[in-house]
Design a protein around this ligand. Structure first.
Ligand code: GDP
Ligand code: MG
Length: 187
């Protein structure tokens, strides 16, 4: 298939080989760049046109801090924000919450996701594994969300925060996904 994706049901965990799994849900309003970031992480390429209604799950074998991990990614595509979100809230062990630095509306929108995720996790675990991502850093000229706005939101949720671009350096994009794995491991 187009991005070399592997359906999740093909993956057989093999604990005897030291493999662990980490399910990461990529959340945020439509247009924030969830699919572009996901595809960049999986293929190192920037795909500019991607069906905004397509929601899919991908698998990638990663090495994070010298430890192998089978990362499953759900690139979500909500139509109306976090309303029917049980499918990813109960599935994921970590959340990438994405907004776009050139869209105030996406920044407001991502806060609904942060609330939904933390409300769901309440009582289940002391701290939810979240990474906050300000995407489209290449759109600096059209910035509507300052870096310090992002940083203070992350502080409120006590989660790591990165500004990246799906069309710039791969390493920076890879870092945010790997950080989500680290957050999940810390739990
Ligand atoms: P999604 O709805 O959150 O999955 O967003 P998409 O990944 O489909 O991206 C929405 C639009 O933003 C598309 O036109 C992408 O080409 C564009 N886009 C995504 N990421 C970036 C980025 O980092 N920089 C720029 N300039 N455009 C981006
Ligand atoms: Mg999408």
């Amino acid at each position: 298939s187009k991005f070399g994706k592997v359906r999740t049901w093909n993956v057989v965990p093999s604990p005897d080989r030291g493999h662990t799994e980490c399910n990461i849900a990529v959340l945020g309003t439509t247009g924030s760049g969830k699919s572009a970031l996901t595809v960049k992480f999986l293929t190192k390429r920037f795909i500019s046109e991607y069906d905004p209604n397509l929601e899919d799950t991908y698998t990638s074998e990663e090495i994070v801090d010298q430890q192998p991990v089978v990362v499953k990614l759900m690139d979500t595509a909500d139509q109306d924000g976090p309303v029917n979100c049980e499918r990813y809230l109960s599935w994921a062990s970590a959340f990438l919450v994405v907004y776009s630095v050139d869209s105030r509306q996406s920044f407001e929108g991502c806060q609904r996701y942060l609330s939904a995720v933390t409300a769901h996790a309440k009582g289940l675990q002391p701290k939810t594994a979240i990474v906050l991502v300000g995407n489209k850093l290449d759109m600096e000229r059209y910035r509507q969300v300052s870096q310090s706005d992002g940083a203070s939101l992350a502080l409120r949720y006590r989660c790591p925060f990165f500004e990246v671009s799906a069309c710039l350096e791969f390493g920076a994009v890879q870092r945010v996904f790997h950080e989500a794995v680290r957050e999940a491991r810390r739990e």
